[in-house]
Structure formats: C-alpha cells, structure tokens
Design a protein around this ligand. Structure first.
Ligand SMILES: O=C(O)/C=C/C(=O)CC(=O)C(=O)O
Ligand SMILES: [Mg+2]
Length: 220
C-alpha cells in the first residue's frame, strides 16, 4: 500500500473544523459581539473543492458569500494539546475559502438552528495547494487577500485574529481529538460579500500562494 501524502490532505476524508468571529472587524460588520471563546462549527470532507472545479451556489441560496481564511493542516494528532506544544502538531497551511450561504445562515440564526445548511454544502471549502510549515514561520503574521472579478474585496492580516493558532489548537483539542490530516479554518477578516454565477474569485497569501475559482450554479 502506498503511504498517504499530507500534501494531499483534502483526499484523506478528515475533519474540517472552522472558527467563526475570530476577527473583530468581521464580527462588527455582521453586527456580532466580540466572542470571549472561539465559535466553532464543522464542514464535512465533501466540502473540499480544488482549482479547476467550480464553486457551486446551492440551489436553496441567493446570497452566497466568500470568506478568505488561513487553514492550518494538522500533522500530528492529539487530545488536550497545550498551547506551548501546539505548533509541533502543525504540518503546514492552506489558503481556504469558507463559502457561506448568508441568507440561510441568517435564517438559522433567527430560528436558533445550527449553521450546517449554510456552511457545510458541497464545494463550500475551496483550498489551495498545501503550504509546508517552513514557508510560514509565524502564522500570526501573514496577509490574506481576495478579489472578485479583479476587484479587491478582502485584505487582512492574521495578526488581527482574536484567538491565535496555538490557542485554537489547544482549545479545540480539549474536546475534539485532532487527527493527522485535519484542517482548521481560522476565521475571516472583514470584507465578506456576495458572489454570483460566472464570477471569478482569486485569493492569495502574500507571495506564498494564490488560487482562482469560478462560480457556477448547482444543477439539481
Ligand atoms: O455570526 C454570523 O453572522 C456569521 C458568522 C460567520 O460566518 C463566522 C465565520 O465563518 C467567520 O468569521 O469566519
Ligand atoms: Mg468563516
């Protein structure tokens, strides 16, 4: 049997754990309070989509938003990981989009229901190529950007995160065992906005990685 390669972590079928409201400017733009503890939700591995395939607007949504985020790829699993040991569990990073059906999320919020339909649908997690850990010496100091049809919509620095990468790894691992190949999405800075069928999305982390995706509407 051939060994699995972490640089294709999206093929492993592992968990995608997402952090919400981790940037004060984004929490404010959606009129949310600044969280005292990380807000977490999950996407299934069927949410992954890679460059060359389109992001699909779910049939039931008419307000699909982009959220550009730094993804942390877990290289060594663990439970109750301390903050001081957290970075030893990181294999690398990926640029990610947390595609969000905002109209459905608003409806779920107003009814006190979970966000699954808004966040976990097929193609809701576009990912870049794997970025080895050495290429990002400090995940708390990288700039992320996203353009729609060549217009800059999001630009932020991970230094604006409320909860740092080591804090998040430690916090999550206290109640969800982290496994090799898991991905943590660390939240989005301000500037989220709607995308339409035929839009072209481009996103990047400094000169480290860029990626592009086309938006299509789901057919049945
Ligand atoms: O609470 C809301 O209205 C929306 C929250 C999010 O979608 C949270 C995120 O996914 C994020 O901040 O990245
Ligand atoms: Mg998000």
């Amino acid at each position: 049997m051939t060994a699995r390669n972490i640089s294709r972590f999206w093929e492993w079928g592992r968990k995608i754990i997402c952090v919400g409201r981790n940037y004060a400017d984004h929490a404010k733009e959606l009129k949310n309070a600044i969280p005292k503890e990380p807000v977490l939700f999950l996407k299934p591995p069927t949410a992954y989509v890679r460059e060359g395939s389109p992001i699909l607007v779910p049939l039931y949504s008419s307000n699909l938003h982009h959220e550009v985020e730094l993804g942390v790829v877990i290289g060594k699993g663990g439970t109750a990981i301390s903050q001081s040991a957290a970075m030893e569990h990181v294999a690398g990073y990926a640029l990610c989009l947390d595609m969000t059906a905002r109209d459905i999320q608003d409806e779920c919020k107003s009814k006190g229901l979970p966000w699954t339909m808004a966040k976990a649908f097929n193609t809701s997690c576009p990912v870049s190529e794997f970025i080895p850990k050495e290429r990002i010496p400090d995940p708390g100091k990288v700039n992320l950007w996203l353009k729609v049809n060549d217009q800059l919509r999001q630009s932020g620095c991970t230094s604006q995160m409320i909860f740092s990468v080591p804090y998040l790894i430690s916090y999550i691992s206290d109640f969800i065992t982290l496994e090799e190949g898991d991905l943590i999405l660390t939240g989005t800075p301000k500037g989220v906005s709607a995308v339409q069928e035929h839009d072209e999305l481009q996103a990047g982390i400094e000169d480290i990685v860029t990626m592009s995706f086309r938006v299509d509407r789901q057919e049945h």
